[in-house]
Unconditional design. Structure first.
Ligand SMILES: CC(C)(COP(=O)(O)OP(=O)(O)OC[C@H]1O[C@@H](n2cnc3c(N)ncnc32)[C@H](O)[C@@H]1OP(=O)(O)O)[C@@H](O)C(=O)NCCC(=O)NCCS
Length: 175
């Protein structure tokens, strides 16, 4: 499945993305509010996880391609998380800092949310966000999400932003 927005193409990751993806995952800013920069081996593990979800027929992450230069600039898509003992589907996103503050993460996240409800009929999606991550909170808000609760996830204080398919439909199921 490929998602298209005015400035972006969201397509499944491929094996040969590993070089560029490892470069992104080694960048301190790209990895803000996470576990810090990843080695190439760790990044390979992440890609394997994305591929295994796809092979199992589960929604997975998309590679975010900036149309203007055809660059892989980050990821946006689905992650399968266990939060407080419950299985949840998260929309997660990271972009290279050169591409921040142009509305691109919001554009990508909205396309992924609409895909979740329109094409996959998922009942609910969440985003797990550190309270200090203001940019990510804005992306979630613009994605129609509301704070459901605060929890601790992998040892970090975390806001659980959420939107259900019913809420999305009630807002007109747009975008
Ligand atoms: C979070 C992230 C994906 C946002 O990407 P982006 O393309 O810059 O986001 P957008 O341009 O779509 O929107 C960002 C919003 O946050 C605001 N914002 C950005 N940086 C901000 C900051 N430091 N302080 C306050 N607001 C900020 C922008 O003004 C914008 O809000 P607006 O539309 O009301 O003006 C990007 O910063 C990133 O990759 N960060 C590192 C990884 C990360 O934190 N991922 C999320 C983990 S939950």
């Amino acid at each position: 499945m490929i998602l298209e927005t005015p400035r972006l193409i969201l397509r499944p990751f491929r094996g040969k993305d590993v070089e560029r993806f490892a470069e992104l995952m080694a960048n301190r800013d790209f990895m803000r509010f996470s576990l810090g920069p990843y080695t190439r081996e760790q990044t390979q593990g992440v890609l394997q996880k994305f591929f295994s979800w796809t092979q199992a027929g589960l929604p997975s992450q998309f590679a975010v391609i900036f149309r203007r230069n055809n660059e892989l600039i980050g990821y946006c898509g689905f992650l399968h998380q266990e939060v407080d003992g419950r299985s949840e589907i998260e929309i997660g996103y990271r972009l290279h800092p050169d591409y921040w503050n142009r509305g691109l993460a919001s554009e990508a996240a909205q396309a992924v949310r609409s895909h979740a409800f329109r094409d996959l009929s998922l009942p609910k999606v969440i985003s797990l966000i550190h309270p200090d991550n203001i940019a990510s909170r804005r992306v979630a808000e613009k994605n129609g999400m509301k704070i459901e609760r605060e929890t601790v996830f992998r040892g970090f204080p975390t806001l659980v932003f959420a939107i259900t398919r019913e809420q999305w439909l009630a807002e007109g199921g747009a975008g």
